[in-house]
Structure formats: structure tokens, C-alpha cells
Design a protein around this ligand. Structure first.
Ligand code: ZN
Length: 262
């Protein structure tokens, strides 16, 4: 509950100073410094209704179908592995006491992102709360590690979700883990409620991840020249060049014909 309150307060305060709908899950706009972040899964779920390998597979779909589809951000999330963690990750509170959330140091994630099952009733006062997330290992202005807790209480509602819903729920929590708060745009993964029908990022999600993790234009020479033989952008530039040549030749032919006609 404290975490949710924190997200809500920060979302409101950030909205007041940003025109964008996306928000940050911390006032300092903390981000991972590296371009690739692993998402590991703790081998400690008891009531979630899926195996560790199935959960890891959902993680793979969450990163591939959602966040790694953003064309304008440098961050790439990678499916990690099933790891053994201390029992406290299954039972502990994500925050220690305080007005805002002070991360529980016992649950500090050493590096990257860890998804763990958790049954603590302070973290999850209701089975309707699916997950809580916090970057809980901060160094200077960067995130070293972030923790995602999935509600593993008996009767949890995650268990009854469809596969696509489970994937979008995990993708939503990963958004919090690398620095995003909630979006007020309903048609976005980071909208705080409607996650069930999401199968791709919304415009606002792409704006958010691209703001936090902008893709850099490689510095090479004095301009940007694309040649055939590459991926995406080169293919498009080649196509554009093709159309240009066709257009010019057509124009030249017409001018030639016109000249003849005269
Ligand atoms: Zn959320």
C-alpha cells in the first residue's frame, strides 16, 4: 500500500511539471546506466499456479512483445534465468516503515531486475493487487537493481488471468522497474488499471521509455548516410531512394514527352 501511495503521489507531482502523460516512479528520474538489463525470476512461487520455467517464459514474451519493440530507446531487456534467493523475498515487506517507502535492505537486488513471488499481506492487502515494484538498489543517479513482487497469496488473481494478461501484467511491472510511473493515457501499458487487453506498447509508453533511455545517433563522419544491406532504417532509405529514382526518371520522361509534343 505504501508503494502504491508513493507511485500515486509521484505521478501527481510529476504530472504538474510535465506536458507528457507518462510519469516516473521516482522524483529523481533514476535509470539503469547500461543498455541491457537482465530480468531474472526467483524460484519461490507456491500459489501462482505456474512453474518457474513458465514464469520465465512469460518474462521473455513481456520483454520481446512490449519494451524491446520501442524503436527510439536504447534500453533492451533480456530474459535472464531462474535463480535461488533468500526466503525473505517470499515473505518480506518491500518497504520498511516510513512516510514514503524506504526500501527493505534485506530485499535489495544486487543487479538488474528480479521478479519474485511474495505473500506478505502488507505488500498485498488484497488479492486484487497483482504486483508491486521498486528500484531498491540505487547508486548515485542510477538504478543498480530493481525488485518486482508478484502476489503469491492463496487465491491470488494473477492465477486466473489469461496468458496474454499475465504477459502484459509482467510487462507493466517491468516498466516500473526501469523507471516509469503510471500514465494517464488509457490506451497505454502503463495505465494503472486496464492491462488486460494490451498486446503492444502505446504511444505514451514509447515516449516514456525513450525519454528515460534515448537512443543515441552514432557519430560517424559529418552526416548520416545509409547504404543498402543493413536492417530497418537502411531498408527504408533504400526504398525511399528507389522511389526517388523512379520519380525523377518519370519526371524526366514527361518533360521529354512534353518537349516532343511542343
Ligand atoms: Zn503500476
Amino acid at each position: 500500500m505504501k508503494m502504491l501511495t508513493l507511485f500515486f503521489i509521484i505521478a501527481l507531482s510529476t504530472l504538474s511539471i510535465n506536458a507528457q502523460a507518462f510519469t516516473f516512479n521516482n522524483s529523481a528520474k533514476l535509470v539503469f546506466s547500461q543498455d541491457e538489463v537482465l530480468v531474472n525470476v526467483a524460484a519461490n512461487c507456491t500459489n501462482l499456479g505456474i512453474t518457474n520455467e513458465e514464469l520465465l517464459s512469460l518474462v521473455g514474451s513481456a520483454v520481446d512483445n512490449f519494451w524491446n519493440q520501442s524503436p527510439t530507446s536504447r534500453l533492451k531487456l533480456r530474459k535472464g534465468s531462474v535463480v535461488n534467493v533468500a526466503a525473505a523475498f517470499h515473505t518480506g515487506e518491500i518497504c520498511v516503515s516510513g512516510t514514503n517507502c524506504d526500501p527493505n535492505p534485506i530485499l535489495k537486488v544486487t543487479n538488474d531486475i528480479l521478479i519474485s513471488c511474495n505473500e506478505n499481506t502488507v505488500n498485498f492487502p488484497s488479492t486484487a493487487i497483482l504486483g508491486v515494484t521498486i528500484p531498491n538498489n540505487i547508486s548515485g543517479s542510477t538504478i543498480q537493481g530493481a525488485l518486482v513482487l508478484i502476489n503469491d497469496q492463496a487465491g491470488n488473481q494473477f492465477e486466473d488471468k489469461t496468458k496474454n494478461e499475465k504477459i502484459s501484467i509482467i510487462a507493466h511491472e517491468l516498466g516500473h522497474a526501469f523507471g516509469l510511473g503510471h500514465s494517464k493515457v488509457e490506451d497505454s501499458l502503463m495505465y494503472f488499471m486496464t492491462m488486460s487487453k494490451r498486446v503492444a506498447l502505446g504511444r505514451d509508453d514509447i515516449d516514456g521509455i525513450s525519454y528515460l533511455y534515448p537512443k543515441q545517433q552514432p557519430k560517424a563522419g559529418c552526416g548520416t548516410v545509409d547504404f543498402d544491406g543493413g536492417t530497418g532504417p537502411n531498408w527504408w532509405s533504400g526504398l525511399f531512394l528507389g522511389f526517388s529514382i523512379i520519380g525523377l526518371s518519370e519526371l524526366f520522361r514527361k518533360r521529354k514527352n512534353n518537349t516532343k509534343a511542343i
